[in-house]
Design a protein around this ligand. Structure first.
Ligand code: GDP
Length: 528
């Protein structure tokens, strides 16, 4: 097998969007093109409709049966495509942030009527900071929506992107006639027939061709010519390097539900989207075509069935090949581990795989060895940098409600934190445990899982905190000692042992910064 060729044909990406923009529908249509699924409706929407635990649990239960939904892999034109699932619900945004450490590019789905929404803004910002190449797909063109140029403006302004349309709609909603594909120079007519899988396209090199009038009508032809003229004048020409550097974002229009404009998106995607990218370890930059294996854990999925307590750790292969039954170094633990049944993921199933290549995701059965961010290698002591922890939004004391089950509770809390469900802070003063989360929903999830998976019961108590600030570094001077003495009640250690100041209000945070200027407070856990 040609190692370089295997790398060159891999495309690992995530689809991000605000809930309801059409991520699930688009995913499904992409899988249909790959022949990975036979019919629509095969991809479970893992959306949480209400902010209710029952909904979340139902999803988790289904996923427990088919964890394959976390990674959907398929072949298209001999490309091996891996789609990594990113939860859209805001309470699980951290999960999505972490998954974004494992993608090589993303497709951003935007609803033509709603435009740029809150969750899209947050997720795109993370991608922008990391220069992840992005393609924008404007969805639901079969419905009335915003004017295409207004939308492009909105994308540029709200998301801070530089766009260039690679397709352009002809009409919209009731008058939607089709799409002119700027990239392929052809017209794709919309018939509104959702059963049609492959649309017919009409080649159109020369827009002045009077046939255009015959095909889409006089007014539409006129408008299209004007619009394309404007596109040419306003937007830069597509440049692959700029796209790969994260400096230019191509835009496609279509309707995922009608499978319209999806093939164009996919064809362009496989051509321009990056092959597995090099990744920065703390020690050095690691290239995918290096011979030695390295990879990192970006997600841990618990088995919701209490009879099978094992978890699945998702490892992205960064370099070399991952092989079954070979010993690999677990860098944090400093020990070698072997995996007899690593999983590869396909659209509807997972199966044991002998060898995986850069860009691939392997699922490893784990009984508690892994934490999010752990690195595995052939032997070199590399540490991949993940996404740092940000200050949680909510804080609550967690109390043990069943004194007979203290051990189970501690173990459960420990493992859930390793999975990245929430953040744990232990107060310096009295050792009490505080759980910090992004959304209130997580408290219910933790309570439920502690009970059902670990047989432990907990209660919560409010702990008013405005922000968690990491302190770097701890120093031994008078000011620091004074700070520690005065603020003792508000100091805690995070799970990795870093000292954290839990400010109870914006005012107290400001006062503290003024009073102890040499105490450096950071808003993320990552050391500069
Ligand atoms: P997600 O939350 O981003 O995964 O969104 P879904 O894929 O579940 O889509 C949300 C809703 O929008 C569903 O009812 C879809 O049927 C609908 N939808 C998706 N794509 C289109 C489209 O192109 N046109 C129309 N009219 N509806 C769409």
């Amino acid at each position: 097998m040609d190692f370089e060729k295997e790398i060159a044909r891999r495309r690992t990406f995530g689809i991000i969007s605000h809930p309801d923009a059409g991520k699930t529908t688009l995913t499904e249509k992409l899988l249909l093109f790959g022949g990975a699924i036979q019919e629509a409706g095969a991809v479970k929407n893992n959306k949480i409709k209400k902010s209710a635990t029952s909904d979340f649990m139902e999803i988790e239960r289904q996923r427990g049966i088919s964890v394959a939904t976390s990674v959907l892999a398929f072949l298209y034109k001999n490309f091996k495509i891996n789609i990594l699932d990113t939860p859209g619900h805001k309470d699980f945004a951290e999960d999505t942030f972490r998954t974004l450490t494992a993608v090589d590019s993303v497709i951003v789905v935007i609803d033509v009527a709603k435009g740029v929404e809150e969750q899209t803004e947050k997720l795109v910002e993370v991608c922008r900071m990391r220069n992840i190449p992005m393609i924008v797909f404007i969805n639901k063109l079969d419905r009335e929506g915003k004017d295409a140029f207004d939308l492009l403006d909105e994308v540029e302004q709200k998301l801070g992107l530089s766009v260039t349309p690679l397709s352009f709609p002809i009409g919209m909603g009731y008058d939607f006639k089709g799409i002119y594909n700027i990239y392929e120079k052809n017209i794709n007519l919309f018939s509104g027939n959702s059963k049609k899988n492959i649309e017919e396209t009409i080649a159109f090199d020369n827009l002045e061709d009077p046939d255009l009038e015959n095909i889409i009508g006089e007014t539409a032809a006129q408008t299209l010519r004007e619009n394309l003229e404007l596109v040419k004048g306003v937007y830069p020409e597509f440049d692959k390097k700029a796209y790969l550097d994260g400096a230019l974002q191509p835009v496609f229009f279509g309707s995922a539900l009608n499978n319209f404009g999806v093939r164009e998106l996919l064809d362009c995607f496989v051509e321009i989207a990056p092959t597995p990218r090099p990744k920065k370890a703390e020690e050095r930059l690691v290239k995918p075509n290096e011979k030695d294996f390295s990879g990192f854990v970006f997600k841990i999925h618990a088995n919701m069935d209490p009879k099978h307590r094992d978890r699945l750790a998702f490892v992205k292969v960064v370099s070399g090949t991952f092989e079954r039954n070979k010993p690999y170094l677990h860098v944090r633990l400093g020990k070698k581990l072997k995996f007899s049944s690593p999983n590869a993921f396909f659209a509807e199933k997972k199966e044991i795989v002998d060898v995986s290549f850069p860009g691939d995701i392997v699922g490893l059965h784990d009984t508690g060895n892994f934490k999010i961010g752990d690195t595995l290698t052939s032997g070199e002591a590399l540490n991949y940098r993940g996404i740092p922890n940000f200050s949680p939004e909510h804080f609550r004391y967690i109390n043990n409600a069943d004194p007979m089950k203290a051990k189970q509770l501690n173990k459960g809390i420990d493992q859930l934190m390793d999975e990245g469900v929430a953040q744990l802070f232990t107060l310096e003063m009295n050792g009490r445990k505080v759980i910090g989360t992004v959304g209130a929903l997580q408290y219910e999830v933790i309570q439920y899982r502690l009970e059902h998976e670990y047989g432990a019961k907990c209660t919560y108590e409010n702990f008013p905190v405005y922000k968690a600030c990491w302190i770097d570094p701890e120093s031994d001077n008078d000011e620091f000692r004074e700070f520690k003495r005065v603020k003792q009640k508000f100091l805690a250690k995070d799970k990795s042992g870093q000292l954290v100041f839990l400010a109870d209000s914006a005012f107290s945070l400001q006062m503290t910064q003024q009073k102890y200027p040499t105490v450096k407070l950071r808003f993320t856990s990552e050391k500069e």
